[in-house]
Design a protein around this ligand. Structure first.
Ligand SMILES: Cc1cc2nc3c(=O)[nH]c(=O)nc-3n(C[C@H](O)[C@H](O)[C@H](O)COP(=O)(O)OP(=O)(O)OC[C@H]3O[C@@H](n4cnc5c(N)ncnc54)[C@H](O)[C@@H]3O)c2cc1C
Length: 326
C-alpha cells in the first residue's frame, strides 16, 4: 500500500476522511504545522465512535439529555495525551469519573475492581471531539470512490481515519494492512422513571451471554439521572445487526437480573456498532506514520485499541505528513 510520494506532497492539500478522534488529531497537527488539508466526514455529526444520543419523546424532564452510546470513557497514559486531557479539564470539557468499577457474573455483583482513572465528558463524550475540532472546517459527505479521487490528483495524500473494514469499502487493500479482528456491540440506553439501584459507576459483566458492561450514565454525566447504558455481548449483537432494537428485551432482562429490580424503562434505544472494537489481542503496536498516497490511522494500530490510541495514531500520521511536506 505504501507508495512514497516525494515532490507532489508539497503543494497539494491532504484529504482527511473521517472526523473521529484520530482524524481530528491528524487535522490539528496539519493545521498547527501549516499544511493545507480538506476534511470530510460521513453523517451530520462528527466524533465517530465517541458518540452521544439525545433522548427524545420520553415524556420526562430528561428529553434533550444525552447518553453516551459509544466509548464509555477514556484512560490516559501518554504524557502528550495527558496534557491535552488536562487542558480539556481546565476548559470544562472533560472530568475525572472514577477508578473503581464493580464486577459481576451472570447472577449479580461480586466485588469491585480498581484501575486507572477513567475520564468522561459532562456534555457527552462526543463533545470531546467537537471541542478538539472547534476551529476546523469539516465537510459533511461520504467518500465512496477513492480510485476516482486518486485519478483526479487533487490531493497529495488521502488519510483514511476509520476502522479498516470501513476503509476497505473504498480501498480494498486496507484489509491486508491491519490484523485486527473487529467485534460488534449494540449499546442499549435505558431511561427509568427514578433510580432504583444502589450507587455504582460501572459494572464489568463476566460470563453472561447477553451483556458485557453496564454504565451508570447518571453518575458518569454527573446529573444523577436514572439512566443506564448496557453493551450487548458481541455474539448476541452479531445476530441482531439487521434489527438492533430487537435486543432491547435481552439487555433489559440482564440489567434487571444483575441489578436486582423488575421495573421497566420509560425510554430505551439500541445503537448498532458493526465495527465497535478490535477483539482483545488482535492488534499490536504498528506504525501508522508511513507517508504514502493513501494512509490509515485509528485505534487498531495499537495493542490497546482505545480512544488514546486513536488520538496518538492520528497525531503521529499528521506529524509524519507535515514532515514530508517541508
Ligand atoms: C460501544 C463502544 C464502546 C467503547 N468503549 C471504549 C472505552 O470505554 N474506552 C475507550 O478508550 N475506547 C472505547 N471504545 C473505542 C473508541 O471509541 C475508539 O477507539 C475511538 O473512538 C476510535 O476513533 P477513530 O477516530 O479511530 O475512529 P471512529 O471514531 O470510528 O471514526 C471514524 C469516522 O470516519 C467516518 N467515516 C467512515 N467511513 C467514511 C467514509 N467513507 N467517508 C467519510 N467519512 C467516513 C465515520 O463517520 C466516523 O466519524 C469504544 C467503542 C465502542 C463502539
Amino acid at each position: 500500500m505504501i507508495q512514497l510520494l516525494g515532490e507532489s506532497l508539497v503543494n497539494k492539500p491532504v484529504l482527511i476522511v473521517g472526523a473521529g478522534i484520530s482524524g481530528v488529531a491528524c487535522a490539528r497537527e496539519l493545521r498547527d504545522r501549516g499544511v493545507p488539508f480538506t476534511m470530510i466526514n460521513k453523517g451530520r455529526k462528527i466524533g465517530g465512535r465517541m458518540a452521544s444520543k439525545r433522548v427524545r419523546d420520553s415524556g420526562t424532564k430528561y428529553d434533550g439529555r444525552v447518553f453516551d452510546i459509544g466509548a464509555s470513557y477514556f484512560t490516559v497514559s501518554d504524557p502528550d495525551f495527558k496534557s491535552l486531557t488536562d487542558s480539556m479539564i481546565n476548559a470544562g470539557v472533560v472530568t475525572q469519573w472514577t477508578d473503581t468499577f464493580h464486577v459481576s457474573d451472570a447472577q449479580g455483583i461480586g466485588g469491585v475492581k480498581v484501575g486507572p482513572m477513567r475520564y468522561t465528558a459532562p456534555k457527552g463524550i462526543r463533545n470531546v471531539v467537537e471541542y478538539l475540532a472547534r476551529d476546523l472546517n469539516i465537510e459533511e459527505g461520504e467518500i465512496t470512490d477513492l480510485a476516482e479521487l486518486q485519478s483526479q490528483g487533487e490531493y497529495s495524500t488521502i488519510a483514511l481515519c476509520m476502522p479498516t473494514p470501513q476503509a476497505a469499502k473504498i480501498y480494498p487493500q486496507a484489509d491486508s494492512i491491519s490484523p485486527a479482528h473487529w467485534e460488534p456491540v449494540i449499546a442499549v440506553s435505558f431511561l427509568f422513571e427514578q433510580k432504583i439501584w444502589r450507587d455504582f459507576d460501572g459494572i464489568f459483566v463476566n460470563g453472561d451471554n447477553e451483556i458485557t458492561w453496564i454504565a451508570n450514565d447518571g453518575a458518569r454525566r454527573g446529573d444523577d439521572a436514572p439512566a443506564l447504558v448496557a453493551h450487548v455481548h458481541p455474539v448476541l449483537a452479531s445476530h441482531h445487526l439487521s434489527d438492533p432494537q430487537a435486543v432491547i428485551p435481552y439487555a433489559l432482562r440482564a440489567v434487571q437480573r444483575i441489578l436486582g429490580f423488575i421495573e421497566t424503562p420509560v425510554w430505551a434505544h439500541a445503537h448498532r456498532w458493526t465495527y465497535a472494537k478490535p477483539a482483545e489481542g488482535s492488534t499490536s503496536d504498528l506504525p501508522t506514520s508511513h507517508v504514502a498516497d493513501i494512509c490509515l490511522a485509528g485505534d487498531e494500530f495499537s495493542a490497546k485499541p482505545r480512544v488514546e490510541a486513536a488520538w496518538l495514531s492520528g497525531r503521529d500520521l499528521g506529524r509524519s505528513l507535515a514532515q514530508k511536506s517541508v
